[in-house]
Structures are given as C-alpha cells and as structure tokens.
Design a protein around this ligand. Structure first.
Ligand code: HAM
Length: 435
C-alpha cells in the first residue's frame, strides 16, 4: 500500500496552482515585453543536454549541482542547470550565416541540486538575455539596461534595487599587480566571489591553501576589498598599464548606462566576480537595495564560450534573472499583482428549460471573445449566484421563464447590484453585451 507521502513533491520543486501561476505569468509577460522593446527574439533548446556541455565550461560550483544520469542508451546526460552553454551550442550551428549582433532571449526552467535556502530552489525559471557578436561597453550596457528595465517594468525602481558591477579584466590586472600569477586567477576569483559571505580568516586561509598564494600576497588581496570603490581603485592602480584600459572601459560602461536612464541603479563593486568559469570581462549582479535577498540576476561578458563549444569565435554578453527571488521581492514590497480569477459573465437559469438557451448564449458570447461560465444542471438559483461570485463574474445573466417568454434576460452587475433587461436576440447576435 502506498500512502500520500510517497507522492509528495520533491524538495526544492514547486507546484503552480493558478494563484501561484498568476505571478509567474506576470513576470514572463513583463520579460517578453521588455525584451521585445530592445529588439530581442525568443529561442529555446532542450531541457536535457549532454553532460559534457557543462563539465569544465560552467565551472565547479554548478557542476557539483548537476542533475545528471546515464540514459537508457548509455549516454551521460544532465538536466540543464543554466542556459548559456545551450545558447552557445545552438548558435554554434548557425551563427556564421546570421547578421550580427544577435539579440536572443529565452525563459527556460533550470535544475540545480542546491542546498535549499531562501531564494534558492532545485528548479527555477530564468530570463536569459544575450547579445552576441558585439564587444565593448555599449553592448555590456545595453544588456544590463534590459535587465534593469525588466525589473522597472515590474515596479522595482532605483529605491528598490541596484546592480553591482565590476570587470574581471580589471580585477585580473589588479591581482597581477599584487603578485597573483595568471595561472591562479580563476581559483582567486572563486575566493573573492565568497568574500562577503565568509569571515576574513577563512578568506586568508583559502587564498593561501587553495590558491597557494604567499601569506603577504593573500593579505594584500584580502585587504583590497576594504576599499573597493572605483575612485579608491583608480587612485591606487590607475597608472598600471594592465589596469588603466579596463578602468577607462568601465567608466564608459557606467556613462552609457547613465544615458540609458539607469545611472542611479548602478554601483561599481570590485567584490563582484561571479561563480561561473566562462566570464571574461564585465560582470554584474542585481540585488534588492535593502540587502535582504540573494541575487535577483547575474551576468557578464563571455567572449570565449562560443568557440569552446565548437562554434564561431564571437564576443558575447548576457544575464540570467530568476523567478524565485524576484517573486519573493515583489510580494514583500507589495508589488505582486492581483491575479484573482474572474470571468465576464455567469449565466443563471431558473429552470432546466432554459439550459439549451444558456448554452447558445454562452457560445455566442464566447465567439465574441467574452469569458462565460454557466451553472451546473439542477443547482438552485442561490447556489448559482454564489458560484457566479466564486468565479469573479462581472455580470450575471438571469434566464427566467417569464423574461424568456418576453424575449429578454435580466443582466445584473455584480459590483453595483444594478439590473437591466437585454434582448435575447442581442445576446445571441452581434451586439456587444455590457460593453
Ligand atoms: P547565475 O548567477 O547562476 O547565472 O543565475 C542567474 C540568476 O538565476 C541568479 O541571480 C538567481 O536569481 C537565479 N538562480 C540561480 N540559481 C538558482 C536557484 N537554485 N534557485 C533559484 N534561483 C536561482 C547564470 O545562470 C548565467 N548562465 C547567466 C548568464 C546568461 N550569463 C550570461 N548569459
């Protein structure tokens, strides 16, 4: 005998009854509107991919969280934990014949076997927006502007959210100046990425043990993040030829975001490096300003991934924005829309004789785009009115024997209670009811 517990939802997965799906659809609609406003086209790819697509390319953190298995044909496969490698693969097959830059977006469901915590589940939907075939701060700024506009469209402005931005080339130059060898950069990024969440002693220990830096270099690296603002960085490293060009490009990125109307949303922050292995330039994460939630979105420039996946060598920049933190944030700030169910008309019949007429009126109104529900056979009038209110009906059409014999129906507004008579021929014909 099985019991209900055997069929429980897996931890970290969600059901979406209509009242939950309403908010998700609200996000998707806003994302699609904003992507279209910037000229991006929607694409998709399979949810199950070869395991090799993620190993090495995504980096250790994600690979440790893969939902992977051997399929019945002996293939090593994985549910997709992120969209970017699939995008690189799809483009790899076709980008040569496409005009550049390529502006594509997608809203995939992704799967990561994460330790569950607030804002992190084992599945989530992620708005991915990527601009491929354009290098430079204009493309970087355009993509971050799409992300910020997507949030603004949902009611979140510069008081609610901020983007923290940096550039891996800049950080590489600075770390080089402090004595970190190039071969240790990726490992050093992994530690810097956690600098906010781990105590100083642990950071120093990881820099010496994992990154194998001498103690004084480790201390210089950890100390760097005591004053990570742009002016402080410029004052200290601005003359270094490995740093100067990246500072200039970052300043221009910030200036362009100002032109696009997002200056107030963006802060430079050297601690932002991102956990994924493939980023090569600008990196950014978007957070709620109060700092209560995990990142809402993250992205950056990845100029070598397409080539790594066997495609054309093309510069690219993009971001992913998850639905989990964003939904929590909207609810918490009172910005989740009212997604309660409603229909235009509910048809109440007094007797079974009007059932056929009710169906014909429903068909006619539905044919004109109205939403119509009618009562279950044999229900009392009182029950039908209560069903109309449960359906959120705007108007109730009452078909009673006396009125029908006179060729009319009574239309009652559920808001005001006001009643009027409407000709049944109109309900069955072209005229619009209750417009
Ligand atoms: P990511 O930082 O791993 O980037 O994920 C982006 C966003 O997806 C996060 O900021 C978060 O909102 C959401 N997210 C990630 N993991 C989870 C989870 N377990 N539960 C709920 N939400 C989650 C990427 O995936 C990159 N591929 C983005 C990108 C696109 N870069 C360039 N193009």
């Amino acid at each position: 005998m099985s019991n209900a517990k055997d069929f429980a939802r897996l931890p970290g997965f969600r059901d979406f009854p209509p009242e939950e799906l309403g908010l998700r659809s609200h996000l998707f609609e806003a994302w699609r509107r904003v992507a279209a406003r910037y000229g991006f086209q929607e694409y998709d790819a399979p949810p199950l991919e070869p395991l090799s697509l993620y190993v090495e390319k995504s980096g250790e953190e994600i690979v440790g969280q893969l939902y992977n298995f051997t399929d019945k044909g002996g293939r090593e496969v994985s549910l997709r934990p992120e969209m970017t490698p699939s995008l690189a693969r799809v483009l790899g097959d076709r980008s040569r014949s496409m005009p550049k830059p390529i502006r594509w977006f997608s809203i995939p469901q992704l799967f990561r076997y994460e330790r569950q915590q607030r804002g992190r589940l084992r599945e989530h939907f992620q708005w991915n927006v990527d601009l491929v075939g354009a290098a430079g701060p204009e493309a970087d700024a355009e993509v971050l502007a799409v992300a910020l506009d997507g949030l603004r469209e949902l009611g979140l402005d510069a008081h609610h959210i901020r983007a923290r931005v940096s550039d891996r080339r800049l950080l590489a130059g600075i770390l080089g100046a402090l004595g970190v060898p190039e071969s240790s950069l990726l490992a050093a990024y992994g530690v810097v990425d956690k600098i906010e969440r781990e105590p100083r002693e642990r950071i120093l220990q990881r820099l010496t043990d994992e990154v194998e830096l001498p103690r004084e270099v480790a201390e210089a690296v950890a100390g760097l993040f005591d004053a990570p603002e742009l002016d402080a960085v410029e004052a200290r490293f601005g003359q270094d030829p490995a740093v100067a060009p990246h500072l200039a490009s970052l300043r221009s990125f910030l200036e362009i975001l100002g032109d696009l109307g997002f200056g107030e949303y963006v802060d430079f922050d050297l601690t932002i490096v991102r956990g994924l292995a493939y980023y090569t330039g600008v990196v950014f994460e978007i957070f709620d300003r109060a700092g209560e939630f995990r990142a809402v979105a993250g992205g950056g420039r990845y100029d070598r991934l397409l080539e790594l996946v066997g495609g054309e060598s093309l510069p690219a920049v993009g971001f992913g924005m998850g639905d989990v933190v964003l939904s929590d944030l909207l609810r918490e700030r009172g910005l989740a829309p009212d997604t309660s169910h409603s229909v235009d008309h509910f048809i109440v019949t007094i007797g079974d004789e009007q059932a056929s007429l009710a169906r014909r009126i429903a068909a006619s109104l539905r044919g004109r785009g109205r939403s119509v529900v009618y009562g279950v056979r044999g229900q009392s009038v009182r029950k039908q009115f209560s069903a109309a209110s449960n359906e959120g009906a705007r108007e109730v059409l009452v078909l009673g024997p006396d009125e029908v014999s006179r060729g009319v129906a009574v239309v009652r507004s559920m808001d005001s209670g006001a009643e009027r008579e409407v000709r049944i021929s109109e309900l069955l014909g072209d005229a619009v009811v209750g417009a």
